[in-house]
Design a protein around this ligand. Structure first.
Ligand SMILES: Nc1ncnc2c1ncn2[C@@H]1O[C@H](COP(=O)(O)OP(=O)(O)OP(=O)(O)O)[C@@H](O)[C@H]1O
Length: 228
């Protein structure tokens, strides 16, 4: 089992406080769902954990190793080089001019590469250029690429964005299949999907990440008006 321990993350943009003493733990075998309104700081938190954004304060520990997140001690590639965390950013990151079958080997080798080529719907899109895929097809491909990396932890920022129900089901099945060997943090405004998938849930309000167990707490947190 691997353990990701995040403590006391603090982040400001100028005078505005975005994250205030954020802490949580994530173990392999678990999915943590993070909810929060637009602009509450979810993407910022994920970027800090992945190492592409610095924080004012905080600690990130994976198993027995610490990874700096503070500006003055941060080193751009440490977390990335550790190959412990896979990160699906909110916005598309694949080169639009490349063909899907050329992109896959840039991320994955061997058995993992075969898994993506053989995934449902993939044979249909493998010969097309990334820029010619629909947004949902592209998101599905990105989730498959990042999810099949050999990293024990996954940070997924809006994996269901623009994805049709059938692709959403495929992504659900895929994430459940990954759970045995990975710890997954997922955030998405398709809150029913995140709720259903996650073993533990937290909501980010006023910079604080708070555990919740009932959907009604998303109303109290100001994220939902009612439960549909
Ligand atoms: N580089 C930046 N410089 C200044 N402010 C920023 C920067 N990046 C994000 N912000 C601000 O930080 C706040 C949190 O942004 P963030 O993208 O983390 O929110 P989010 O919870 O992911 O939102 P959404 O649900 O809309 O994706 C927002 O007010 C945003 O405008």
């Amino acid at each position: 089992m691997a353990l990701l321990k995040v403590s006391c993350i603090q982040k400001n943009f100028g005078a505005k406080s975005i994250l205030d003493e954020v802490h949580f733990e994530l173990k392999t075998g678990k999915i943590l769902g993070v909810f929060g309104r637009n602009g509450s700081g979810k993407s910022t938190l994920l970027k800090i954990l992945f190492g592409t954004q610095t924080a004012e304060a905080g600690r990130l520990k994976m198993n027995e190793s610490y990874y700096p997140v503070r500006k003055n001690i941060w080193h751009k590639s440490r977390i990335i080089e550790s190959q412990q965390i896979g990160y699906l950013p909110q916005f598309s990151f694949l080169p639009k001019g490349a063909k899907v079958w050329d992109v896959i080997p840039q991320y994955l080798k061997g058995q993992e590469q075969d898994l993506v080529f053989q995934a449902p719907r993939m044979p249909k899109i493998a010969g097309r250029k990334v820029g010619e895929l629909s947004m949902g097809e592209r998101r599905y491909l990105e989730v498959l690429l990042i999810g099949n990396l050999d990293h024990p932890f996954l940070l997924l920022d809006e994996p269901f964005s623009m994805v049709e129900p059938l692709f959403k089901d495929l992504i659900h099945e895929f994430l459940v299949s990954l759970k045995a060997k990975k710890g997954i943090l997922i955030t998405d405004h398709y809150y029913h999907d995140v709720w259903q998938l996650s073993d533990r849930k937290m909501v980010l309000t006023s910079g604080k990440l708070t555990p919740i167990t009932e959907l009604e707490e998303l109303i109290k947190a100001g994220y939902l008006r009612s439960i549909n």
